[in-house]
Design a binder for this molecule. Structure first.
Ligand code: F3S
Length: 402
């Protein structure tokens, strides 16, 4: 096994001169570097840490974090992925006090490390916005894909411990998508389908993910799009099989520098329909409606508010609007929160349907998100994917009608 070249300072960190958390972190980074053949460490501009929900961490994870928090302090801007509950209004989401107590201990450990307690998978919407070409160490797959593809930053998809290690050292091993030679598009995807609503972008991600199979798509046939559709696409394409990097000609940065790959596949209307057919289950009664995967932008919250205005969520159905606390604060100021809550819907800040402890609690879900359907099936729910309008309709009728 070939080990990375370490500077004298890095070697001292590995030898324990800067304390327990830094030594542990260096051990993790050196092991990763050896596995992936990295020659050295590189500085990172920011870190985003996954593995925040107590639902996924359990007591062993909490213990690991507590140990690191004894002397570990992050050296770069570090934010968190969603936790297992709304950190303020967990009761209204039906979270038990026992779970809340453990989740709060997890958050306190992160706080002691100097991490900014913003639990969101859209850190790029709330101030953790990397520069073009900047090396970062992010964990959440949709955010990693967004950072690599839409922003043009450079990151591998880190695991929770390797992201934390990068935060304590301020560096990550230079391999994978940090190297330009590994960022070359290797499959040309011609989109010939018409995409009309937000969830079509989730369906497109499903279709391309399946065809790209761990490759980097170079996508043509899309004239323009907006940020919400791109974030939905990012979540889906990586969930269903592609690498966390794509190029869209005329839309994403650096697409022009890519040579069009020889291997070409096309996405027809039938592929989009097939994606919906695969993602949607046979179910008509809807127990949970959740929009905000990835976390809602303020524009999506505005749309939910306008569609819910004057309506009422059906008895026996819950409607969650998952978002960052920052976006919710903006929604408070603009009056969207009042409209949404007057209709009986709930904000689920800091959390999401995939990482909250929902297994067995709801039998069916309606959402805008292809990724949300993937994870909710693991939580034993039957799933339906559609537009924000269709989701609001499902919330007020308790039924999926289309
Ligand atoms: Fe975000 Fe949870 Fe979806 S982390 S991308 S809302 S599954």
């Amino acid at each position: 096994m070939i080990y990375m070249h370490l500077t004298e300072k890095e070697q001292r960190m590995l030898d324990g001169a800067e304390g327990y958390a830094v030594r542990k972190s260096m051990e993790i980074l050196v092991a990763l570097g050896a596995i992936y053949g990295a020659k050295s460490l590189i500085n990172v501009g920011s870190v985003q840490v996954s593995g925040v929900s107590y639902n996924n961490l359990g007591d062993a994870g909490l213990e690991f974090l507590d140990e690191l928090a004894r002397d570990g302090k992050v050296r770069v801007l570090t934010t968190l992925n969603p936790a297992g509950m709304d950190l303020e209004n967990w009761r209204q989401l039906g979270i038990s006090p026992e779970f809340a107590e453990k989740q709060n201990l997890v958050i306190k450990a992160f706080e002691r490390m100097g991490i900014l307690i913003s639990c969101t998978c859209t850190p790029y919407l709330i101030g953790n916005l990397p520069l073009y070409g900047e090396h970062i160490a992010w964990s959440e797959s949709s955010a990693v894909t967004f950072a690599n593809s839409v922003i043009g930053a450079k990151t591998n998809k880190e695991g929770g411990p390797s992201a934390l290690a990068a935060a304590f050292v301020g560096k990550t091993p230079c391999y994978g998508l940090h190297l330009d030679e590994n960022r070359v598009a290797d499959i040309h995807v011609q989109v010939k389908a018409e995409l009309t609503k937000l969830s079509d972008w989730g369906a497109l991600g499903y279709a391309i993910g399946k065809k790209a199979e761990n490759r980097i798509p170079y996508i043509t046939g899309i004239e323009s799009t907006d940020l919400d559709k791109l974030k939905s696409f990012c979540a889906s394409v990586v969930t269903y099989g592609a690498k966390p990097l794509f190029y869209i000609k005329g839309v994403t940065p650096a697409a022009e520098q890519q040579t069009v790959p020889k291997e070409t596949v096309s996405i027809e209307q039938a592929d989009i329909k097939n994606a919906y057919d695969s993602i949607n289950d046979q179910v008509s009664d809807i127990e949970l409606v959740c929009v905000g995967c990835p976390h809602c932008s303020i524009n999506e919250i505005a749309e939910v508010a306008s569609l819910l205005n004057g309506k009422r969520v059906a008895e026996g159905t819950e409607f969650w609007v998952a978002t960052s606390r920052t976006a919710k604060q903006l929604a408070d100021k603009r009056g969207y929160t009042a409209t949404i809550e007057a209709a009986g819907a709930k904000f689920a800040c800091d959390t999401c349907m995939a990482v909250a402890p929902l297994k067995g609690r709801f039998k069916s879900l309606a959402t805008t998100s292809a990724k949300g359907c993937f994870y909710s099936r693991q939580n034993l729910m039957k799933t339906k994917m559609g537009s924000i309008e269709e989701c609001v309709e499902a919330a007020v009728t308790g039924k999926w009608n289309s």
